[in-house]
Design a protein around this ligand. Sequence first.
Ligand code: ADP
Ligand code: NA
Length: 326
Amino acid sequence: EDKKIVYSGIQPSGSLTIGNYIGALKNFIGLQDEYNCLYCIVDMHAITVAQEPKDLRKNTLDVLALYLAAGLDPKKSIIYIQSHVPAHAELGWVLNTMTGLGQLQRMTQFKDKAKKYTDVQAGLLNYPVLMAADILLYQSSFVPVGEDQKQHIEITRDLAQRFNSRYSETFTIPEILTPKVGARIMSLKDPSSKMSKSDPNKDGYILLLDSEDDTRKKIKRAVTDSSGEFRYSDEQAGLKNLINIHASFSGMSPEEIVKKYENLGYGEFKEDLGEVVVEGLRPLRERFKEIREDKAYLESVYKEGAEKASYLANKTLRKVYKKVGF
Ligand code: ADP
Ligand code: NA
């Protein structure tokens, strides 16, 4: 088939937030019919910061079950675990030999994470190179991710172009796909920083696997402002973020939401938003429980996925090795 390729991945570095869902996972689903999609659980990325092996193993299966619960279909898409396909590390190494140290040191995500951890390893710096390998191995045209990944997609494009011009046409140049609304969901407690599962304040994020009660409570406690005005503007970042979350789950536009609530106030809006999110996540939360318990099914999905992914990845890797002189 000559459908274009879509590629994305999520790290099993903890439980997923609604930021991961809105920015990435939710958008994976609708691409499955029009494209040949590969969706990976990037455990090799997760170990760029310290992980407890037992937790990593559990989180990997959690993310797989969340993928399936959200609607990824192994009959349509290739769903697999990164470490099961050695070609990622192999192409990653070749690309590392073509990546400027300075370019990696300038990455915002690296600088942010390097500040947070006392012990910074080379793997954290080289993270974007492994990500480039992930994407380029499959000749991907589109990469659905949140806005925080923009710089990493830029490096990926640079590397593809550099390789193609140094050797010969080898890699497809990928494009980023970010959602119109919700490409960057902010912390519910600090709307100047990205919603993240590593936020020490648990009220800052909603996990896909939080209880319905916690989901409602966290939304009620979310910071807004004291102006009392209901507008969609950067000056009201807390409210704007909540409107984005609403829009992502309800399908309404921010303008429609403002119209509906401008005479009702923040309290009523938050009350409704709690229900919109709880209702929106209910099917996923219910299916997750069932799927997560079925170890045999999960294993059959990731084994089949790894086989299909390896076949495609090795085709590209063989070309690359030949071109560099191996
Ligand atoms: P995290 O950033 O939570 O550690 P990953 O790096 O594995 O998770 O990112 C998985 C996907 O979720 C990526 O496509 C990323 O852009 C997206 N994402 C992460 N946080 C957010 C957010 N706050 N808003 C929108 N998208 C996000
Ligand atoms: Na990220």
